[in-house]
Write a new protein. Sequence first.
Length: 317
Amino acid sequence: MRVLLFALPCSLLLACGGEPVQLAPQAEKLTIEAPKSKGAQRFTIDPATTELGFAMEAPVEKIRGRVPPAAMTGEIFVDPTDLTKTTGLVHVDLRELELFQRTTTAEGTPFGEETKNPTQNEHARQWLEISPDTPEDQLAKNALIEFSLQKVSDLSAADLTKLSGAQRKVTFTATGDFLLHQRKASKSVKLEATFDFTGDAPTGVAVKSLEPLDIGLDEYDVRPRTGFSKLAAKTLQSLSPKVAKAAEVSLTFRAKLAADAKPTMQSQAAGAAPATPSDPAVPAAPPAATPPAGAAATAPAAAKTSPADKAPAAKGY
């Protein structure tokens, strides 16, 4: 009995090959916090203006990833007199993820030109479990990235009404839950927001990363796989230094003032019924199998059992 009790937690902390793993808690979706102020105004993200990319740099390989602009949706709530009360929720769909790479034959030698490698893109989908063999219900969940903004700190200015001009810029640290591969963990990122004003009223905001958000692959159970729920024989550790073990995520987007302050965004992962948008700035939600664009009532999340927690390694990679 003592042996069994000792072995169980070890199996949860070790990936194939004996790598120590600190897995983030399981989750299928995130929710947006209710506005923290009666003066909060809702801004909806314009998908056509969005850019989300990531970089993974190793001594012999540099990887750049991107998703199309339409893959990002979301909303933020801002009280112009108190930015510390800002909340929000951003969704990204990974189904159309593209990877590009630059490689070199040895560390310290020049890198070649950037190319798109079909095999590498196939492997990325296997690692994320969004490959063609993934069941549709799991594909919809695994393809979802979300960031739920819960706290704003280190503001260069907390009250926009005390600034002047048609454009009013602030910098700050945004903290909240980051969801990837059905796991979530608290993350912080430095951002810059430039608010557009007409007279004394804000009409829109442009947001961009000042520093990339560092996301560890192990933490989110993103690791070598040969298909859905099939761990590869090789591990992240054994693939080093060819493959980086973390991704640096950056984003930019513009959001425009909506007609009211009612929350409308929620993850489609739980299969909630689509809501009718309350203003033209928020597009109608598609069925749950399509990229998330907005939904209604919050539904409880069910835990996912990760292959890293129980699945044996498959041969070859």
